[in-house]
Design a protein around this ligand. Structure first.
Ligand code: 4G0
Length: 250
């Protein structure tokens, strides 16, 4: 996976993504993170990339041309839209996009290159968006000062689905949001911490019982914390009956 991030704050993005697990995956050659400074494509002597909106109104807009030139430099280099390759997806991070989900992360993880476009101020001139953007994505219903944090969120969620990035024995797909259930609670040493014991079943060595307990915990937790997800999960008849009885007690 090669991320190409168009931004006015390349250092912020590099610092965020060259750290921790993602940084290790970059060093291992599993991922690459290229940042392109949109300001390098400013075309006036003051290197400015923003201007007032036609028709008036609060705030500034990023101009079309520097964004387009930054995009074009990347697209030419990676051969987007050549005979051998389909057009590289260009994701614009915006409060007006489709809300990002694990399913979208899985879909994006199948791409070889991803271009992430980070806006600032009140956004970007609509004309260049119409020209280059393939996907409008929001990380949630709130407004931030720029698209950099959302781009980092998406790069992180996608990266951990790239084979080899997580080196634990279970793959990343086999976890939360599988079947729309939340993860069960987990415990590590010590067996008793400040008077709180690890649930005995987890120390029993009885794997069938452990699996059953974990599944039940997932179901109860989802009912309590994310009832909206539970409606979309696929419980067995036995689990539904169990939840009817148990559900009254929690
Ligand atoms: C485009 C994304 C980008 C338009 C970006 C702001 C939140 C998100 C930006 C605007 C962002 C998100 C119209 C204010 C930059 N904030 N929820 N800020 N407008 O994903």
């Amino acid at each position: 996976m090669n991320f190409h991030i168009l931004t006015l704050f390349p250092e912020m993005v590099q610092n965020g993504l060259n750290t921790s697990i993602i940084g290790r995956a970059v060093n291992a050659g599993l991922l690459s993170v290229e940042t392109v400074n949109i300001r390098d494509y400013a075309f006036n002597k003051h290197q400015s990339v923003d201007d007032y909106p036609y028709g008036g109104g609060a705030g500034m807009l990023m101009q079309a041309e520097p964004v387009y030139l930054a995009y074009e430099a990347v697209a030419k280099r990676i051969g987007s839209r050549t005979a051998e390759k389909k057009k590289t997806r260009v994701v614009y991070l915006s409060p007006q996009g489709d809300v990002f989900t694990q399913k979208m992360a899985e879909e994006l993880a199948a791409e070889e290159d991803l271009i992430l476009l980070c806006g600032h101020y009140e956004g970007i001139d609509e004309r260049v968006l119409e020209e280059i953007v393939t996907d409008y994505v929001s990380i949630g219903d709130y407004v931030l000062t720029g698209g950099e944090l959302p781009a980092m969120v998406i790069a992180d969620a996608v990266s951990r689905l790239v084979p080899g990035v997580l080196h634990n024995d279970v793959s990343a797909e086999f976890e939360s949001f599988q079947d729309n259930l939340l993860e069960y609670p987990q415990y590590s040493r010590p067996e008793e911490w400040r008077g709180k014991k690890v649930p005995p079943v987890l120390l029993s060595g009885h794997h069938a019982n452990i699996e059953k307990w974990r599944r039940q915990q997932s179901i109860l937790r989802t009912k309590e914390r994310r009832p909206d997800l539970l409606e979309r999960s696929r419980l067995t008849e036995e689990e539904r009956r169990w939840l009817e009885e148990e559900g009254g007690l929690v």
